[in-house]
Design a binder for this molecule. Structure first.
Ligand SMILES: Nc1ncnc2c1ncn2[C@@H]1O[C@H](COP(=O)(O)OP(=O)(O)O)[C@@H](O)[C@H]1O
Ligand SMILES: [Mg+2]
Length: 227
């Protein structure tokens, strides 16, 4: 095995058990290598397996079968605690539906991962990431009062506050208008994501054109991988 390899998925399968029904084969035999710093889009029809693949890359849940190496470390051989620690320290995950806590302020939402990581932090850590995303003025706003574009910036700030190496964004512009979409994608690929590995799933052709590499999945299998 090549020890310089950054991320490698090997023979990944994911079945979902459906009560009283047949299993859903969401991913089938996924092999994928990713270098540090790559900017990748994953495209494919709804139901093709994009979210499942993003969740496995993010260590959110385990595949049914297969291996996941991160810098040579076999992530899936670790305990749930080890997997959670990998997720919290390496991955910044941006969910399609933001998953902000509606009653919490913007500041409090961004602070959450720092509280969870149990490492020491200061107000400056939160303020500087808000500044970077241009949302300082929203600091005291409750999340439920935000527009879609604003909420997505907060979700990105929250994903970045622990300074992750890898940013995973699952259809981050799915609910946004085209000017907000442009802004979000510049933030992810050019600005905050510049020195990071960024993987974005999308239906948006404009976004797909901004990446260095495009992976197309169909019925749970990679059908094209274009650099
Ligand atoms: N929790 C779940 N339980 C059962 N089936 C699921 C679950 N999540 C996703 N699926 C199914 O797995 C397949 C892939 O879904 P998903 O990864 O969400 O695709 P995409 O993000 O490309 O729309 C679909 O057939 C979907 O219905
Ligand atoms: Mg999805």
């Amino acid at each position: 095995m090549n020890m310089d390899e950054y991320i490698r998925l090997s023979g990944i399968h994911k079945d979902y058990r459906v009560p009283g029904g047949d299993n859903v084969h969401a991913l089938c035999n996924i092999d994928l290598s990713i270098d540090s710093g790559e900017k990748i889009v994953i495209t494919g029809d709804s139901g093709s397996g994009k979210t499942t693949l993003m969740n496995i890359l993010g260590g959110v849940f385990r595949p049914t079968k297969g291996d996941y190496f991160f810098e040579g470390r076999n992530i899936l051989s670790e305990s749930n605690k080890g997997l959670a620690q990998f997720r919290n320290s390496v991955i910044g995950f941006v969910f399609q539906d933001y998953k902000l806590l509606p009653d919490y302020t913007v500041y409090e939402n961004i602070e959450l991962p720092l509280i969870i990581s149990k490492k020491p932090y200061s107000k400056t850590d939160i303020n500087s990431v808000m500044e970077r995303l241009g949302i300082m003025n929203l600091s005291k706003r409750r999340a439920e009062t935000l527009s879609g574009g604003q909420a997505q910036k907060v979700a990105i700030a929250r994903a970045l506050v622990n300074n992750p190496e890898v940013i995973l964004a699952d259809e981050p512009t799915g609910a946004l208008n085209s000017s907000d979409s442009e802004e979000i994608i510049s933030i992810l690929f050019d600005d905050v994501g510049k020195d990071k590995t960024v993987i974005v799933s999308t239906h948006n052709e404009k976004i797909a054109q901004r990446a260095n590499r495009r992976i197309i999945i169909k019925d749970g299998t990679i059908v094209e991988d274009i650099s």
